[in-house]
Design a protein around this ligand. Structure first.
Ligand code: G3I
Length: 377
């Protein structure tokens, strides 16, 4: 699919990027409001006004995944404006959207999201330029001699378009093998080599946007310690080779059955690089059988423990390393987890916009005094 002729992008004045973190309700007030809600039991959670906004609680920008359609839903936009300070396009800034079926390139949806973020005083996080799971048909339809130029041009056009509008990019997504044994083979690695395509993507993105934080992003880094270790060895190797990786993205699609401490251990090892860390796609599915009250309560307890651990581990980072804490959806019904069937509660708000138990876990995790975090850590 032929990309448009590459016209130089009008230089954009750097959009106002929100300062790190949000000034707002003192943390103690947030804790009291949250605990008061919890102490009053279920009924009051439904009746009482929501706790203080997440963006006043979390010591960094609070992100959420967004799709253009949600911007036409005033319930979504009202809740997001109250709670959230950063947006990540859930799918419409990826190749699957931009490289349209008709051979053109589509930017209407990501542009709409960027405009909404700016108008709402929210930061924007770009997701995702190069991913093993997208772009194969497009790339392999290009003559081999032109593929390198096409790869570079895609990044130049897309990253160039949003230069000055976003705080950071997921430059390469999910490069590590599913089981953590080495890296994934894909159409990008077939062309440029396994480390090669990653290094090239970072170099091209840095050329297109000198200011964005450039992330290597992956999942199961805390759920599977072997995968987390392989990921960090990859970061180390690429940095040593001069790749401009300036951020570490841990998606945080939590397996709530993991032992206590794995999250803390990965975050500690990741923090050792001294780079900004993005918890980039947090959700904590509880799985099936939730209609059974005893099972639901047991799953909620595990979810609460692991989400609190993530919040505490993130809050324990030095401020310069707390890039953002992003939830992969605003309300439970927005979660991709609930798109086949539904019924799970993996996010911080229910479909009526009321705080869930996961929200309470975030309140407790981010309100724990540093001494407690240290003991738990
Ligand atoms: O909205 C359209 C609909 O109009 C159309 O009829 C339908 C069929 O073509 O597609 C719908 O769009 C889908 C979109 O999700 C919204 O549901 C896309 O096809 C589908 O590909 C897209 O899936 C997204 C997926 O990444 C692939 O991009 C999910 O929303 C999104 O949650 C998921 O997010 C990934 C992260 O990028 C990386 N980490 C894992 C995470 C979960 O898989």
């Amino acid at each position: 699919m032929k990309p448009p002729a590459h016209t130089p992008h009008p230089s954009r004045s750097a959009a106002h990027l929100l300062p790190q973190g949000q000034k707002g309700t003192p943390r103690r007030a947030v804790l009291l409001s949250g605990l008061a809600l919890a102490a009053c039991g279920r009924a009051s959670v439904q009746a009482a006004p929501a706790a203080a906004p997440l963006k006043a609680l979390v010591p960094a920008p609070v992100g959420v995944a967004v799709m253009r359609g949600q911007l036409e839903d005033t319930a979504w936009t009202t809740l997001a404006r109250r709670e959230i300070s950063q947006l990540t396009p859930e799918w419409e800034m990826k190749m699957e959207y931009i490289l349209a079926q008709d051979g053109g390139w589509r930017f209407d949806a990501p542009d709409r999201i960027a405009t909404f973020a700016r108008a709402s005083g929210m930061r924007l996080h770009g997701h995702a330029l190069i991913w093993y799971s997208q772009g194969q048909d497009w790339f392999e339809a290009i003559k081999p001699a032109r593929r390198a130029a096409a790869f570079d041009d895609y990044i130049a056009v897309v990253a160039g378009r949003y230069r000055g509008q976003l705080a950071g990019w997921d430059v390469v997504n999910e490069a590590v093998a599913e089981d953590g044994d080495g890296l994934r083979s894909c159409h990008w690695s077939a062309q440029f080599g396994q480390d090669g395509y990653i290094a090239r993507a970072f170099a091209q993105t840095r050329a297109a946007d000198p200011d964005a934080v450039l992330f290597l992003n992956d999942y199961n880094l805390e759920n599977l310690p072997r995968k987390g270790a392989t990921f960090l060895r990859l970061v180390e190797r690429l940095l040593a080779a001069g790749a401009p990786i300036t951020g570490i993205g841990t998606q945080g699609h939590l397996d709530i059955d993991i032992p206590a401490g794995q999250i803390t251990a990965f975050m500690r090892d990741a923090a050792a690089f001294g780079l900004p860390i993005h918890v980039s796609e947090l959700d904590a599915p509880m799985g099936a059988g939730l209609l059974d009250r005893a099972r639901r309560d047991a799953r909620r307890a595990l979810q609460t423990a692991r989400v609190m651990e993530y919040a505490e581990a993130f809050a324990a980072l030095p401020e310069r390393q707390r890039y953002a804490f992003t939830l992969w959806g605003l309300r439970d019904g927005d979660s991709f987890v609930n798109r086949q069937g539904g019924g799970d509660s993996p996010l911080a708000f229910d479909d009526a916009g009321r705080p869930t138990a996961l929200h309470q876990a975030l309140v407790q995790g981010f309100s724990a005094p540093a001494t407690v975090r240290k003991e738990r850590g």
